[in-house]
Design a protein around this ligand. Structure first.
Ligand code: FE2
Length: 247
């Protein structure tokens, strides 16, 4: 009996160790892309998955429903789970996601990858709309023409940022510290809010050029995906972010 109990305890301890190791491997790496990312209960979670303001199939044919569902419920959720695990019990529990980005040089790679992943995807969902497309009007439209020469010239520069980002990452339109518009690119889940970004400022538009964002429909054709992206940009939402950023 004693031998059986000892063996059971050993098995129990081994299973705990395996769970612990699995958690570490997803939190520290960028295994948020993997299908078995760690999860924490939503009850009491520090950061939670924001609901999409449209259905998963609402952006078709530009982004297909399956991609949207997996992107939102698996990828974004995994970043959130891993972020919550990474900051549990630390002062970062009480820090806003924006403040976390702005002080990123002081945080771990787990916070950088997963905090960035959460921030970036939350912004991405906001700046898309089934009623999007066209060109921005008002102050943002004028600032784009003033900065880049024309809306078409801006699109070309933004497109180039997305195309030349080697591997996974993002292309951005941002407002810098002087209130000027700039385009930039960041690797992985970095973003312009981070104090480690090459070009820093407040992002108001971003396109996710990770393959998980387009591979099901576009395979290797990143350019086709970015071209389609313009049809679903919610310029009202981007204009609102621009107004807030220049205040
Ligand atoms: Fe993504």
């Amino acid at each position: 009996m004693k031998t059986f109990c000892s063996f059971s305890l050993l098995l129990f301890a081994a299973s705990l160790l395996m769970v612990s190791c699995a958690g570490e491997s997803t939190v520290n790496g960028d295994a948020a892309d993997g299908p078995n990312a760690t999860t924490v209960a939503d009850n009491g979670a520090i950061h939670t998955l924001p609901a999409l303001p449209y259905d998963y199939d609402a952006l078709e044919p530009h982004i297909d429903a399956k991609t949207m569902e997996i992107h939102h419920t698996r990828h974004h959720q995994a970043y959130i789970n891993n972020l919550n695990n990474a900051i549990a019990g630390s002062p970062l529990e009480n820090m806003s996601i924006e403040e976390m980005m702005a002080t990123m040089s002081q945080h771990s790679m787990a916070v950088r990858n997963n905090g960035g992943g959460h921030y970036n995807h939350a912004l991405f969902w906001e700046i898309l709309s089934p009623n999007g497309g066209g060109e921005p009007e008002g102050a943002l439209g004028e600032a784009i023409v003033e900065t880049f020469g024309s809306f078409e010239a801006f699109k070309e520069q933004f497109h180039r940022m997305g195309m030349t980002q080697f591997g996974s990452g993002w292309a951005w339109l941002l407002v810098d510290e002087n209130g000027q518009l700039q385009v930039s690119q960041t690797p992985n889940q970095d973003n312009p809010l981070m104090d480690i970004a090459d070009v820093q400022g407040t992002p108001i538009l971003g396109v996710d050029v990770w393959e998980h964002g387009y591979y099901l429909k576009y395979q290797n054709r990143r350019g086709d995906y970015i071209n389609a992206f313009w049809n679903i940009v919610n310029w009202d939402a981007v204009s609102e972010k621009y107004r807030a950023a220049i205040q």
